[in-house]
Design a protein around this ligand. Structure first.
Ligand code: SF4
Length: 291
């Protein structure tokens, strides 16, 4: 759940999830529809699917035990270097760090060097004896990520109360904020085009280009190009939709039609049987006002 999503966002979803599914074995017996329902609202649904497949692999093939090496753990679906290192550090106390944006920022400030000029894997290897405390590596992995989000923040680091200030070259250099990249927020502008009909149905396609909702049935979503004029569509509204670390600035358009183009199928705006991503629910609510 924490892949590309902040802890404070995840907490309520995590609690709801573990309230429904309490053991790895129970998770492995769940089906995709159920798990998507429990995951609903958190986004990046591929993670839920990967989690389900992983649970089945662990229970059936690994005696319900998470692999202990990076090579083996990366064979699980959705686990790359970042997640593999995080899991091995947190679960098995191994001297590993998940090199996320927070951690990279701290290291780059400590040595006062731009992030793109640092080989972080080498940096960790070289400084292993200074970074890790035997027996408390899991605490360290967790602490350094929190430290980046609470103290050594992207825009306004709390250098005056920072326990590292005497070692920090960035602080000493007094070049406040020169090395910091702006908050890692991805702002994207989209136009969404909805075919609707008199029966309160909407045309959806699963050939959408939104990576984080891949394979879901969505209306036609297009990244906004300023130069393109929108003809023959009715503008309904503009709204913002935050998904994880992305802010989507959306212009919503609609068109009444009894025919829809190839590749789209009609779905009821009120169908509650199927799992519907929050992304669609927000669109549906706005379209319902047209009837
Ligand atoms: S002194 Fe400031 S820049 Fe350096 S690690 Fe601490 S918070 Fe970050």
């Amino acid at each position: 759940m924490l892949q590309q999503t902040q802890v404070k966002t995840v907490i309520p979803y995590f609690l709801r999830f573990v309230n429904k599914i309490k053991t790895l074995e129970r998770l492995s017996q769940t089906n995709e529809k159920q798990i998507l329902k429990y995951w609903e609202g958190l986004g990046y649904y591929r993670r839920a699917r990967n989690l389900l497949v992983t649970s089945k692999i662990l229970v059936k093939e690994k005696n319900s035990i998470l692999p202990k090496t990076l090579i083996d753990i990366k064979k699980l679906p959705g686990v790359g270097d970042y997640t593999g290192n995080a899991l091995l550090g947190l679960v098995y106390n191994q001297p590993r760090i998940a090199l996320d944006g927070n951690v990279k920022r701290i290291f780059s400030r400590l040595i006062n060097k731009r992030e793109n000029k640092i080989n972080f894997e080498n940096f960790v290897k070289k400084n292993k004896s200074k970074l890790f405390v035997s027996g408390r590596n899991a605490d360290f992995v967790e602490a350094i990520m929190e430290f980046g989000s609470l103290v050594c923040k992207p825009q306004d680091p709390h250098c005056n109360i920072c326990t590292l200030r005497n070692f920090c070259k960035f602080k000493k250099s007094n070049k406040k904020n020169k090395l910091t990249s702006p908050a890692n927020f991805n702002k994207k502008n989209y136009n969404i085009f909805c075919y609707i009909n008199k029966n309160k149905q909407i045309g959806l396609t699963n050939k959408n280009n939104l990576g984080f909702l891949k394979n879901f049935n969505l209306p036609i979503v297009k990244e906004k190009k300023d130069s393109i004029k929108i003809k023959n569509w009715n503008f309904l509204c503009n709204y913002k939709n935050s998904i994880s670390n992305k802010t989507l600035n959306i212009d919503l358009y609609y068109k009444f039609s009894h025919k829809i183009p190839k590749g789209l199928n009609w779905y009821s705006l009120y169908d509650k049987k199927e799992f519907i991503p929050t992304f669609n629910k927000k669109i549906f609510r706005r379209l319902e006002n047209l009837y």
